[in-house]
Design a protein. Structure first.
Length: 221
């Protein structure tokens, strides 16, 4: 049994009758062709739209505050640098002026200082010399040369001279001094060498007094 065919010559599946399709007429378009719409037949007059420029997002409050702090710090740094520079300049000028003033004062004061030091040295040397001479020429330093009451002189028995030196003349003076001739003691004092045993014996008047206690042995008479 043959199946009914569709208008285009096909049969419906499973032997079902194909629906009744009307036969195509001359007003239908040819197969494969489609009518062109009116809106597609014309070319649009507008060109491609230009892209809008990208805009930066508004700065946040933190960024604005940070910018203000940066500007403030820069200003403070400039002020500090200016202050330091001014201080250094003033210091250099002051130091230079102080050096000039000190140099001028030193030049003016140098003669007075030198004169004062010289006068002080002279006065100090004079005082030292006076003290030295006073000690040497005093009663303690000069012994019998300083004088003094003879009644205060302590006397002892005469001491015989022994091995005073090789000079026979001085030995004779020493022997006479021991025997009681006090002028011989003074002669021995004037004739004997300094710091010799003869001088030491004569300064005691033959052992009768301590060394250099009397200005002359004849004072003991």
């Amino acid at each position: 049994m043959s199946q009914p065919q569709s208008p285009d010559g096909t049969t419906s599946p499973q032997g079902q009758p194909a629906p009744g399709w009307p036969a195509p007429d001359a007003s239908w378009p040819a197969p494969g062709g489609q009518p062109t719409p009116d809106w597609a037949a014309t070319t649009p007059a507008w060109g491609p739209t230009a892209a809008a420029p990208a805009t930066a997002p508004p700065a946040s409050a933190d960024q604005a505050g940070r910018g203000r702090w940066v500007l403030a710090g820069t200003a403070l740094a400039g002020v500090a640098a200016g202050a330091v520079g001014a201080t250094l300049l003033v210091s250099a000028v002051f130091i230079g002026s102080a050096e000039d003033i000190g140099r001028a004062m030193a030049e003016e004061m140098a003669p007075a200082i030198t004169e004062g030091v010289r006068d002080g040295m002279v006065e100090g040397n004079q005082e030292s010399m006076d003290a030295l001479m006073g000690g040497m020429l005093g009663e303690e330093g000069m012994g019998w040369y300083a004088g003094g009451p003879m009644e205060d002189v302590e006397q002892f028995p005469p001491v015989e001279p022994e091995d005073l030196g090789p000079d026979p003349a001085l030995d004779g003076y020493a022997q006479s001094c021991f025997e009681g001739e006090l002028q011989a003691c003074d002669d021995l004092m004037y004739e004997s060498p300094p710091l010799s045993a003869y001088e030491e014996y004569a300064s005691t008047c033959g052992g009768r007094v301590k060394e250099f206690t009397v200005p002359a042995c004849t004072e003991l008479e």
